[in-house]
Structures are given as structure tokens and as C-alpha cells.
Design a protein around this ligand. Sequence first.
Ligand SMILES: Nc1ncnc2c1ncn2[C@@H]1O[C@H](COP(=O)(O)OP(=O)(O)OP(=O)(O)O)[C@@H](O)[C@H]1O
Length: 727
Amino acid sequence: RLLVYLRVRPFFKEELSDKEDQGCVVIEDSQVVKLHAPKGSATLKSSERGIGVAVHKFSFTQIFGEDTSQNDLYVDTVESQVSDYLAGQNALIFSYGVTNAGKTYTIQGTAKDPGILPRVLGTTFQHIGRCQYGGMDLKPYLATDAQCLGPEQVKLEMNARAAIFATSGSTETGDFTFTLWVACYEIYNESVYDLLQTTSGPKSKKRATLRVCEDRAGSAYVRDLKWINIHSLEEANALLQFGNKNRSAASTKMNQSSSRSHSIFTMKLLKINGNRVERISEFSLCDLAGSERCNKTKTLGERLKEAGNINNSLLILGKCITALRNKNLTDKSCCIPFRESKLTKLFQGFFCGKGKASMIVNINQCASNYDETLHVMKFSAVAKQVVHVIPAISLESRSPCLLDRHGNPLLRTTGTDSPVPDGYVSEEELLDEEDDADVSILPQEDLLTVIENLRSKLLAERRKNMVQEMAIRKEMGDAMLQQLMESEELLSQQMVELKETHDDKLENTFEMYKEAFKEHAYQCALGRIGEDFVPVQEFIAEEEKVEVQLENLVSSLKPSTRMSTTDQSSQTVEVPLPNKGTEAGSEARYKRVFTEKCAVEKMCAEKQELIMALEKRLVGLNETLRTVHADYMDKSAELEFLRSKSEDQTKSIDDLLRENVDKDSEIALLKEEVFKLSQRSPVKTKPKRGLLANIRDSVSSPRSTVIGRTLRKNVRATPTVGGKPSS
Ligand SMILES: Nc1ncnc2c1ncn2[C@@H]1O[C@H](COP(=O)(O)OP(=O)(O)OP(=O)(O)O)[C@@H](O)[C@H]1O
């Protein structure tokens, strides 16, 4: 079985302060972990709608919590594979997870706390000890073989070493039996780049891309990859640094894409007996690109590009792993789409008997990453069920072939020879050589086979492209739909918020008016009280005075009634006139009342001003209200537009899917037709150039339309009249 380990990264301080710790990852025991969907995650929302569940349970070969040291991880995961590698087996370790989950930390580690790779190198050098092969003339060749280099080539190898280590590269000679060669490369956007390439040309020069080819036995290798012979752990570390520097320099050019490229470090250990290479074992470590599905913040254009390339490798890896799990393979690997990406092409051997592969899954525990982490875990669950169904090839049958400096077989080492006949050129190599070799020199049967192969390859390629396009379109459609749904949700949320603030504002305004009116009424009442108010003592004093005056009046009237009426004219009626003291009191009272009246008037004027200001504010608020209302109407219209657009998109996706189904059936028909034609018509030997042109024509236009193909076929099938084509 494929060994699948899980490593959980500890939280960073910033993550804790951002409340990322919501108990999403719960390690039950050394093999079982539970994932709890946090608030706001799509998983939780779906589960609330009755789709899926909020808690998932996963099991692994072994789980490493956040306290696991680099050494413990190494000992428990890789050490046994390193022992196998030193004994001659091949091994592959790859790390998988989202960006920032700790993949690079696990593979490379830090200077203080080295990861798996430096530890593997350390163990290897410990094993080799002083038994190193002194020369530099035995080097790995293609996928599994070795080459004996001539003096000139050795010189070149020494220069390559010197360019990296800045030393002469000379080594002591002695009784050595091992030699270690390493290479380092990355795959970005389906292009392979050498990370040990020393730049000699202009800085702006584009990095050279390398090709993935197959050797005679069908094993994949990277052509022209730089292999460096290293003699110590220090050299290994220096080389790693060199590779990392190259990677980061390139990543700035590629828009910080280091986490979106797969970086692979491969070492080949040659065991040498005298001047014979007894065996070669390979150990590869791959730091995969971040597995996030790029549907969060990227623009559609970017997403399309990456969905079609970088993540395509991961997609194909996922497909291969799923197919490996599903298929009970016997000896065929054709159903597994290894060839659909560079990464899987290179990994293929490890799933088909070349060696053992194991995967370290890295996750962080952040709530905001939950959905992506769940995706990673689901992938891992499938991977864990992969069984290495093809038995490992025995060491004897893997004895390398030794070639001379020109690549011709020098001598066969022990073990059974490869069943592949000498002079056999693999299809891949044939295609690779297409630019500089004339295939028409091949015998007729071979040519026919090549044509057949090319034709089926072309069809497969077209089909693959179509399927890929469909997948991309579907992903795009889903992403757009998701985006539309999100914006719809956002807009309705905004609307609710707008309504709420609007209501709040209205309520505030009403309250303000109410208060103002209350205040106004109160002030008016106060004013009225001020006008009518007479202090009680004054009132009583006044009452007493009136009584006294009345009494005076009554008493003064009494004698006059006793007098004759004739005297009435001369009689002076004593009208009670205010005495001096009473006059002064009235004046004072008048003054006080007047002052109070003035104060009240002033207060009234102020209140009037306040009312005016409030009225003005009310007008302003009404204006805002009107604007908000207009905004609201606009947003509603926009929402309506987006909704109808989304419906259109869904409709067009449906059309495309339908179209693709039609295309599939068309391909099937064409295939049938081709098959019938090839059976019906005896093959005519065509002139070399013409045939080559035909092959090139059919190979060089994989994207030509169905109509184009039909036309070509018709032209070829046109009957000839007197040896000349009829018009
Ligand atoms: N187990 C761990 N213990 C302590 N720190 C860790 C651990 N794992 C990762 N880190 C730290 O977390 C950060 C991110 O890790 P790393 O760069 O390895 O993530 P990654 O998955 O490789 O990201 P990318 O895909 O971008 O390369 C680094 O600073 C690393 O030092």
C-alpha cells in the first residue's frame, strides 16, 4: 500500500490572534483524525442545507501532531525507505498540502532544524563512509543506466561541480565503491526547469525548458538534466542552497509562483565493483505545489491558465491515484493517465514496480483554510487505498546497462538483459527526434506502425484536450456560479444593512423631533408661567392693602351720609391713592416682570433658531434617504442583471456539455471510419516526402477541426485518372 502520513503544523501567533483556532482538527489517536467544520465554512453551510456532514473522520498510516520534531518524523516515516535505498531499492517521497501548510519545512526544514532531505543525505554519506569512488567517470545515464565518461567529459563534469561548489572538484583516489550523483529540477506550468543550471548568458535570457523522455525500457527521465557528483554532506547542502536560490530567483520572475511549482530533488547512488556499475538506486523527494483549487481570489484569466497547467499536474496525479485505487491492474498501466502530465509521467515508475512511494500530507489547522484542508484530506483518503499492485522488480533484473561516452552499450552487467531489442527506438524518442531525423528511412512496416500510433495518439490527444477543456469549462462555470451566488448574498446582506441603517436614521430623526417639540412646549409653558406669576407674599400683601383701602373708603363714606346733600359738590371723596411706599413696590415689580419678559423672549428666539436648524437637518436627512433609496434601487437592478447573466451562463455550459457529447460520438464514428479504411485499402507506398508530409501534417495540427480532417481524408481518397488525380 502507498504509505500516507499526516503532519499537522502548529499555529502561528498571528493566526491565534486572528481567531483561527476553532478546534477544527482533532487528533483522536496515532492513526485517526477528525475534522470539524467551523462557522462560516462552506462545508458547514452545505451540511446545514442537508448536503454532507459537518464532521469528517480520516485515518492515516501515522499522524504527527504539532509537537513532532523533524527527527521523529524522519525516523518514523522515511528511515526504513532510506535503508532500502542504500540496499539498492528506489524510493519516492512527496509532500502534499495547501500553501503554507509546511510542505517545504517537512522536506527541507531550516538550517537549525533540517528536514527529511538533508537527513537522507546525511544517512547516505554515513553509509558510504570512506568508500567513495574516486573517479568521476561513471555517471547515471537516461532513466536507469550508467555511462562511462571519457577524459573530456570528466573535465566537463568537474567544471560543472566547480561552478556550484567553487572548488576544483578534485577528489582523492582510493578503494571506493559508491558514487552519488544528484539533480534538482522543478515543474511549473507543465515545463521542466533545471535548478542546477548555472547562468552564463545574459540575465534576461529565458530559462531553458527540459523534455521528459522515455528510455529503451519505457522509463521516463528528464533529458539534458544536470547531474552533479557530490562527495560530502557539506557539498550536498551547498548544492541545495544553490538550487533553492535558482528557484527563488525564478519564482520572482514567475510572479511568486514557487508554491505553485513542483520541486524535485533526485539522487542516484551507484554501487561500483572495480570498474563495473553493479547497481543504481534512486531516491526522489518531491515538494508538490500548493493544492488549493485557485477559486478564491484570482481573476478568471489567471484561473484558466493555472487550471489548465499547474494544477493540471495535481489533477492528473489525483486521477492516477484514483485510477490506481479503482483498477485491479494486472500488467497493464494504460488505463492510468500517467502520461497526461509531466509529473505523473516521471512518477509512473514508482507506482509500477520501480520502487516504493510514500506521501506526507501537510495541513494547518486554520478555520479559514478548512474547506481546502478537507479537500486535501479527501485526496489523502483515496491515496491511502492505493496498492502497489505491480510487484517490485527484483534487484537483479534492474542491473544497469553501461554505455560508452557516445551512449553505445559497453558491457552488460550481471542479471538478465532487458527484453527490449537493441536498436529499438521508443515512440517518445522517435517523436523527440522528429525535428532532426527523417523517419522515412524506416522500413515500411515500421512506418505503418508509426502512422497508426500517431493516429491513435492524435485521437487520444484530441479527446484528452476535449475532456480537459470540458473540465476547465465546468470548473470555470462552477467558479462563476459560485461568484455570482456570493455576490448575490453580499448584495442582499448590503440591502439588509442599508435598510437597517435607514430605519435607525429615521427613528433617530423622529426621536429628535419629539424631543425638540417637547422642549419647545415646555419652554412655552415656562414663558406663560413667567408672565402670569405673582409671588404669594406679594399677593397676600396686596390683598391686605386692598382690604385696608376698602375699609378706609367705607369709613370715609360714613360721615358724608350724615352731612347734607347740598354739600355734596364741595365734599372731597377720599379716593385711596397709593402712598409713596406702594408706588416704589409697583415700579420694582414692573421692572422685574419686564426683565423676565425680555429673558423669555430671548429664550424663545433661541428656540426658534434651534427649530430652524433642526428643520434644515431634516431636509438633509430626507435628501440622504432619497439617495439611499436610489442606491438600493440600483443594486436591486444590478442583482437582477447578475441573476439573469448567471442563468445565461448555466445555459451556455449546458450547451457546451451537449456539444462535447456530440463531439465524442463524432470521434467514435471517425475512429470507426479510420479503422474501416485501414482495413479496406491495401497500403500504397507513397513517396517518402509525401508520407512524411502526411505524418507531419496529421501530427502538427492536433487542433484542426473535424471538417478539416474530413476534407483531408476526401482529398486522399480521390480516385486517380491515368495516374493523375482527377480534378
Ligand atoms: N511543523 C512545523 N513547525 C514549525 N514551523 C513550521 C512547521 N511547519 C511549517 N512551519 C513554518 O510554516 C511556514 C510555512 O511553511 P512552508 O513554507 O513549509 O509551507 P509550504 O506548504 O511549503 O508552502 P508553499 O506551498 O508556499 O511552499 C514556514 O515559516 C515554516 O517554517
